[in-house]
Ligand binder design. Structure first.
Ligand SMILES: Cc1ncc(COP(=O)(O)O)c(C=O)c1O
Length: 396
């Protein structure tokens, strides 16, 4: 029977990492993989996470099951971090379920939407994170694209996006990147988020927000502006939260789905549905990462230390943005200042697929096939090679 299966083509991004590992050039630079890297090129475990992990292991008496919706302390802490400590005044409307990473939360949300309205479509930004397509689509949602990025000018296609939302029928589902848009790094400012919240409310659309980089754009409060504005404006909202990047917990698969319903009665039904759906997907989410996050956020000293380190990570990325933008502008005599105003780990360079291959083969600079680069892979030591090399590739 298994001989009927066809071979899966290599994953375009994981393939870039594999090729990078094999390259033995001393000049090689990895701008492909989507993980944070520090000054030494390593993906660190934050100090507070390491300490909390030791404390969790020392205190843990049992590894018995928790429940399909996971660790309640973790869920409450992450909800407060995301929505603000007063949960935007809607505590009773909120249903929470821990999930295996942001990916698990996205899938759980998609399953909930399909259970509520089979055959639904979801409108995603053009472009969006490549894995949104299978994560949401394989749950049964049909994907459609809304205008988001103006690649010719490296700006947000804001007016076209609002026009598109304004023409959607009531009840249409819209996926929004809460901050640090992947792959473009192009975010909305607070007044643009207010305008989005207004159109979502007026057109009675259902926002599904993906928060995968909380704290890595500006800071924890400013990065959550989008969610907090929208949660105040609309009756129903889904938020998929990932703790992979901001807590450095990637492989521990730590995330949460939060659902705001129009009142406490529907919220209690949604909570039951989330438990039922989790049971059919992974039965119970893994606890280790969640127990660590709960500890970091509930112990003031650990929380403060984590926030300081996260702030350092965001500041470091933003100063690398300035470094790269200035050097690329100088080397190419073209304007790359837009890299400075984008946020999060990614920007997308205006390179063709062939130019991406040339950068890899001739210069040992690795990036995603669409020209997406991980800014955290740039360093003062490699920026000269990256900027002059890529400027030459762009000149052709
Ligand atoms: C936009 C976006 N959403 C969600 C995720 C999910 O992350 P994870 O499942 O590793 O927590 C990622 C990870 O790269 C992402 O970039």
């Amino acid at each position: 029977m298994l001989e009927t299966l066809t071979r899966v083509p290599p994953d375009p991004i994981l393939g870039v990492s594999a090729a990078f590992q094999k390259d033995d050039s001393p000049e090689k630079v990895d701008l492909g993989v989507g993980v944070y890297k520090d000054e030494s090129g390593k993906t660190p475990i934050p100090r507070a996470v390491k300490r909390a992990e030791q404390e969790v292991l020392a205190a843990q008496q049992s590894k018995s099951y928790l429940s399909p919706i996971g660790n309640p302390g973790f869920n409450a802490q992450v909800a407060a971090l995301t929505f603000g400590s007063d949960l935007v005044g809607r505590k009773g409307d909120l249903s929470l379920a821990q999930a295996p990473g942001g990916s698990g939360a996205l899938r759980l949300g998609a399953e909930l939407l399909i259970a509520a309205r089979p055959g639904s479509s979801i409108h995603v930004s053009d472009p969006t994170w490549a894995n949104h397509v299978p994560l949401l689509g394989n749950a049964g949602l049909r994907l459609e694209k809304y205008p988001y990025y103006d690649a010719a000018h490296n700006t947000l296609a804001f007016d076209r996006m609002i026009e598109y939302f304004d023409a959607l029928p009531a009840g249409a589902i819209v996926l929004l990147h809460a901050c640090c848009h992947n792959p473009t790094g192009q975010d909305l400012d607070a007044s643009q988020w207010s305008a989005v919240a207004e159109v979502l409310a007026r057109r009675r659309l259902i926002p599904f927000m993906d928060m995968a980089y909380h704290g890595l754009g500006e800071d924890l409060d400013r990065d959550a502006t989008s969610i907090r504005l929208i949660a105040k404006a609309v009756p129903e909202l889904l938020v998929a939260v990932s703790c992979s990047k901001n807590f450095g917990l990637y492989r521990e698969r730590t995330g949460m789905l939060a659902v705001l319903s129009a009142g406490s009665e529907p919220a209690s039904i949604v909570s039951g549905q989330l438990g039922r759906l989790a049971r059919t997907l992974w039965s119970m989410p893994p606890d280790h990462g969640a127990a660590i996050v709960d500890r970091v956020l509930s112990q003031p000293e650990l929380r403060q230390d984590w926030m300081t380190e996260l702030r350092h990570m965001a500041n470091r990325i933003n100063s690398l943005r300035t470094l790269l933008a200035d050097r690329l502008t100088e080397a190419s005599q073209r304007d790359f200042s837009w890299i400075k105003t984008q946020r999060g780990m990614f920007s997308r360079l205006p390179l063709t697929a062939d130019q991406v291959v040339t950068a890899r083969e001739a210069l040992h600079i690795y990036m995603a096939p669409d020209g997406r680069i991980n800014i955290a892979g740039v360093s003062p030591a490699n920026v000269e090679h990256v900027a002059t090399g890529l400027a030459a590739v762009m000149r052709g």
